[in-house]
Write a protein that binds this ligand. Structure first.
Ligand code: ADP
Ligand code: MN
Ligand code: MN
Ligand code: MN
Length: 347
């Protein structure tokens, strides 16, 4: 049996935004199961996860898929543990409280393809600007589309890896793209977003491009920023059956604006201005089909007997989906447990 190449992937300890790291482990007699993946270690002093004096951190495998590019390869997502086996403080996955996978998440990951020679989005001329926003969103044609081959190759390898990509589209700015990933289970959704980001990063190496996750890379010019809208539901929302119950969940977010914004990505204040299909970072609002609201109640939910999902539009493209999911779950549980409790009391 050929030796297998396992790419162990983790999140480093850099602040305010963690980055992906990976290294390759060769294993004999491996049949592709997560249980077969041993724990491994790395030098945490090089990733801002430990002091030089006691630098060992542990990589605990939590998710595996075939590597769609490397022959005999697998991609292994890991959680970082301290030397004593406890979750490292950089390990947000371990903070997700979704024991029974009741929470479903659909993340819409936006990003810019970045031309490292011009230091501008792909498609921007070396000096000046391309035509203003308008033709790029879901655009077609050489004057509107920059990087479709890259986007399609990324889609293909994600599907080959078994990730549940649901779609892709060209975004509002030139050189800006989106893909959506859906999973039943918050950890699974986070794992798949990080795996898709890993494949995006690795593909960019070959194209001589970079992936720009900054939520507002073009500053306050009239160009959209990048988000990672978080669509979510739990069994309470999926079976709510009334406007009041859905709005009760929305209302629970009002008192914890700062707690949410704290994990929705760095520099998000530059993006959440109230312009460009966003709500201002200090405001909280919700509404049916409202793309200028903090939380949009999708038409689907309103027209399916008020049962379905909600979309928090505030998370930025550079947010950690584990942190976003953990916080949303906390807030939704605070509302749905209260509502369930009230009903139980009335019954
Ligand atoms: P838009 O661009 O209009 O906001 P998208 O189609 O890009 O919408 O994204 C919608 C997301 O909502 C998808 O990722 C989809 O999987 C997700 N979604 C749909 N139903 C649910 C649900 N019940 N729970 C969680 N997410 C859902
Ligand atoms: Mn979308
Ligand atoms: Mn979008
Ligand atoms: Mn959206």
């Amino acid at each position: 049996m050929a030796k297998k190449k396992l790419e162990y992937i983790w999140l480093d300890g850099f602040k305010p935004t963690q980055s992906l790291r990976s290294k390759t482990k060769i294993i004999d007699n491996f049949s592709g199961k997560l249980e077969e993946c041993p724990e491994w270690g790395f030098d945490g002093s090089s990733t801002e996860q430990a002091e030089g004096g006691s630098s060992d951190c542990i990589l605990k495998p939590v998710y595996i898929c075939p590597d769609p590019v490397v022959q005999n390869g697998y991609l292994v997502m890991t959680e970082v543990l301290d030397a004593d086996g406890k979750a490292h403080e950089s390990n947000a996955r371990a903070t997700i409280e979704d024991e029974d996978d009741d929470f479903w998440f659909g993340f819409e990951q936006e990003y810019f393809l970045w031309d490292t020679e011009t230091n501008k989005p792909l498609g921007f001329p070396a000096s000046g600007f391309p035509a203003p926003q308008g033709p790029y969103y879901c655009g077609v044609g050489g004057q509107n589309v920059f990087g479709r081959d890259f986007k399609d190759e990324h889609l293909n390898i994600c599907l080959e890896a078994g990730l549940n990509l649901e779609g892709t589209n060209g975004e509002v700015a030139a050189g800006q793209w989106e893909f959506q990933i859906f999973a039943k289970g918050a950890k699974q959704a986070g794992d798949e977003i990080w795996m898709a980001r890993y494949l995006l990063e690795r593909l960019s190496e070959r194209y001589g491009l970079a992936i720009e996750y900054h939520p507002k890379p073009l500053g306050q010019l009239d160009w959209n920023g990048s988000g990672m809208h978080a669509n979510f539901s739990n069994s309470f929302l999926r079976n709510a059956g009334s406007k009041e119950k859905v709005e009760q969940v929305c209302e629970a977010f009002r008192g914890v604006i700062d707690e949410h914004i704290a994990v929705y990505g760095a520099y998000n204040d530059q993006r959440l201005t109230g312009l460009h299909e966003t709500a201002a970072i200090t405001d909280f609002s919700y509404g049916v089909s409202d793309r200028g609201a903090s939380i949009r109640i999708p038409l689907y939910t309103a027209t399916h007997g008020w049962s379905g999902y909600l979309e928090d539009r505030r998370p930025a493209s550079n947010a950690d989906p584990y942190k976003v999911a953990a916080r949303i779950i906390k807030t939704v549980k605070s509302a749905t447990v209260a509502v369930n409790g009230k009903e139980a009391a009335m019954a």
